[in-house]
Design a protein around this ligand. Structure first.
Ligand code: AG3
Length: 276
């Protein structure tokens, strides 16, 4: 294949390649390698430690789906926390929501924020919004220190290897539970059901042992390995599938809709089986 290609390797077993128009940035931060490519198929692409984090063309799917099912399930999501997500896409969707008053981003790697402010204005544009506080800090520590504080917590992490491992542990989920108010909701990205069956089974059970209402949902994301992605929601009080339709706000989305709010929880049988 001619020209420059970037290949993401998944578990040493699957390779997905993208034709690169231009290498815009490459560095090694304190935590990881950070690369920005301009790709032919998906536009500018952020890659951390060799894994695609987000691209201009398909980022809306992930950022709408990691935030809006939880935000629209909560009747009053005033105070929202995002752990990870230094590109700002998750924050952008949150501040669009009319019931949100304050959003806090806790990102461990300052360089991700800076590189995205320079090369990904599409996702990072709301990081300077007056409703938003950006903290360069460890999200694990942050939730340990907060009690009964947030309405919604979104964990926008990378894969469960390297710096993000602690964001997929039972202790962490318990701290998230305690950092939420009595009717709080948590949502996290939980990887591909084609690759991470045992992992999804384990963390789903852990979250379920802590949160009274625990649900997995999926979205189709072309630039994450296998293209099918899962998210897990843990809720103390509100059931996302029983939300009154009038509570679902139309925030000018491109993937999420009120119908999809309910249908994303309807799982194919092989995914239901993973959760058993
Ligand atoms: N969230 C990354 C999800 C995991 C992608 N995994 C992979 N490509 N192997 C990135 C942050 C987006 N705001």
């Amino acid at each position: 294949m001619k020209g420059i290609w970037f290949t993401e390797m998944e578990s040493g077993k699957l390779a997905t390649s993208y034709k690169v128009k231009k290498i815009l940035h490459q560095e090694t931060s304190k935590y990881q390698t950070i690369e920005m490519f301009d790709t032919e198929m998906f536009g500018r692409m952020l890659v951390n430690d060799g894994a695609v984090m987000t691209t201009v063309k398909d980022e809306f799917v992930y950022h709408e789906m990691i935030t809006l099912p939880a935000l629209n399930t909560h009747p009053n999501p005033k105070n929202v926390l995002v752990i990870g997500g230094g590109d700002g896409g998750t924050i952008r969707e949150i501040v669009k929501h009319p019931r949100v008053e304050k959003a806090t981003l806790v990102e461990i790697d300052e360089r991700v924020i800076e590189v995205c402010k320079q090369y990904l204005p599409e996702t990072s544009l709301e990081l300077d919004n007056p409703k938003v506080t950006v903290l360069v800090d460890d999200g694990i520590k942050h939730v340990q220190e907060k009690k009964d504080f947030y309405d919604v917590i979104i964990v926008d992490s990378t894969d469960p290897v390297g710096p993000a491992v602690g964001l997929f542990s039972k202790e962490f989920y318990q701290n998230v539970f305690d950092a939420l108010k009595e009717d709080g909701i948590f949502a996290a990205q939980t990887e591909s059901p084609w690759v991470y069956q045992d992992f999804i089974n384990k963390i789903f059970k852990e979250i379920k042992s802590i949160f009274p209402i625990t649900k997995l949902y999926t979205a189709a994301i072309p630039t994450y390995p296998t293209g099918l992605w899962s998210f897990t929601m843990g809720s103390k009080k509100y059931d996302p599938e029983k939300v009154d339709r009038t509570q679902i706000v139309d925030t000018n989305t491109r993937y999420y809709t009120a119908d999809l709010h309910y249908s994303c929880f309807k799982l194919p049988r092989f995914i239901q089986d993973i959760l058993e």
